[in-house]
Ligand binder design. Structure first.
Ligand code: SF4
Ligand code: SF4
Length: 402
């Protein structure tokens, strides 16, 4: 029997209930209910931890409805570490209530066998070109399975060949490339593009597939499962080499990893490439409209939200703009897009409307959950454009060829 993880009571007590976070919270904006606000949820979790509140369905609904976007953190004058409180509160709730199907599914998905199964499903789906007929027959709107199918990438993108180095550069040493549990299965093009870019910059990437940072499980209340995955990842990442993550969800988790040597060596891939951007490199022009979607984990945890705008400035002739100036969460939120599809879609709706209004050819996102959710919403609407693409895949495509 696992022990109950400690609730960070002192951190929760930092909340002075001022309410300044409320207008920034997408779930509160959606429902207008205090229990769906950061302040209200902290009060609920305090009540649960102190035994004043029961682990009821309603309490569960309020905690489940949190996107974990952490938009409440940067605006909080008392610097309340909301993400840490939420993980602990959800773990407490999970101990008090029977495990739900999605927690078991997440354990399976983040296991190496689950990843191989996902890889096989993706291969079959793309090889048989099932996305178009499934969409035409309306299967994407049929229950949980149809929704899950709508999230699968419809086609394989061409993988970049080796990219020419911009100048004869010295060997800059080994870097560890952390693909995350679903990265290799769902975004092999991104892994290949990152490897090619790092090699072109003179680094020697060592790609570590099959590792999981534990984020999906931790945020779903499975503290024990998440901690075990994080420990295993930390052991595999031992050494001195920089740790490069390609997805911002994994990146945020590695940035807050329990092992200092992981936290200190971790860098988001786009940020790493920005830091080592060679002088005099001019990308190929792209005379098209490019919308940028900054993931919450990038904006609120990694605090590197302007890296996408930097990338946009490197692309000659592109018309680059923010997909949605509000910067609110798209609703993907880890497992949220499958667990609470109606709520996830309500948060997605403004993003889809922005795509219709601004008609970009490309939407750039470096969070795999956001990319799946945005592309899934387009597919369920029968829209063939824009294409959702990871910034490093776009960068590799536009890299100057000699
Ligand atoms: S979380 Fe921060 S901003 Fe929100 S009510 Fe508490 S102290 Fe105020
Ligand atoms: S993490 Fe996001 S959804 Fe949850 S309370 Fe904070 S702002 Fe609201």
């Amino acid at each position: 029997m696992p022990s109950l993880p400690p609730f960070p009571a002192a951190a929760a007590d930092q909340c002075v209930k001022c309410g300044l976070c409320l207008p920034h919270c997408p779930s509160y904006t959606l429902t207008g209910h205090e229990g769906d606000s950061p302040r209200g949820r902290i009060a609920l979790m305090q009540g649960l931890a102190e035994g004043r509140l029961a682990a009821s369905d309603r309490l569960q609904q309020h905690l489940d409805g949190c996107l974990g976007c952490r938009a409440c953190e940067p605006v909080c004058p008392a610097r309340v570490p909301y993400g840490q409180i939420l993980d602990a509160g959800r773990a407490q709730l999970a101990m008090a209530r029977p495990a739900r199907w999605h927690r078991a599914a997440l354990r399976g998905l983040t296991h190496p066998l689950g990843q191989r199964l996902l890889q096989g499903l993706r291969w079959l789906w793309q090889t048989l070109r099932l996305a178009r007929p499934a969409g035409a027959l309306g299967l994407f709107r049929l229950g949980a399975l149809g929704r899950a199918a709508s999230l699968l990438p419809a086609a394989r993108l061409p993988q970049p060949a080796a990219l020419p180095a911009p100048a004869a550069s010295a060997d800059r040493g080994e870097v560890l490339l952390f693909t995350g549990c679903t990265g290799a299965a769902l975004e092999p093009e991104t892994v290949a593009a990152t490897e090619a870019l790092l090699s072109a910059l003179g680094f020697t990437p060592r790609t570590l597939t099959g590792l999981c940072c534990g984020a999906l499980q931790t945020h779903a209340g499975d503290a024990e499962g998440g901690a075990a995955r994080a420990r295993a990842a930390g052991d595999a990442l031992a050494g001195d080499a920089p740790i490069i993550s390609i997805g911002t969800g994994c990146g945020a988790q590695l940035q807050e990893h329990p092992m200092a040597s992981v936290r200190e060596r971790h860098v988001d891939a786009l940020q790493f490439i920005r830091r080592h951007w060679p002088e005099g490199v001019t990308l190929q022009p792209l005379p098209q409209r490019v919308a940028l979607h900054v993931a919450c984990s990038q904006r609120n945890v990694l605090r590197s939200g302007d890296d996408l705008a930097w990338l946009g400035r490197q692309i000659p002739q592109a018309a680059v703009f923010a997909l949605d100036a509000s910067g609110r969460c798209c609703g993907a939120a880890g497992h949220h897009l499958l667990q609470l599809p109606d709520v996830a879609d309500a948060h997605l709706a403004p993003k889809l409307a922005a795509m219709r209004d601004t008609a970009p050819q490309w939407v750039v996102s470096n969070n795999i959950g956001c990319s799946l959710h945005l592309a899934g919403g387009l597919r369920r609407d029968g829209a063939l454009t824009p294409q959702v693409i990871h910034p490093l895949v776009l960068l590799a495509r536009l890299w100057p060829r000699r």
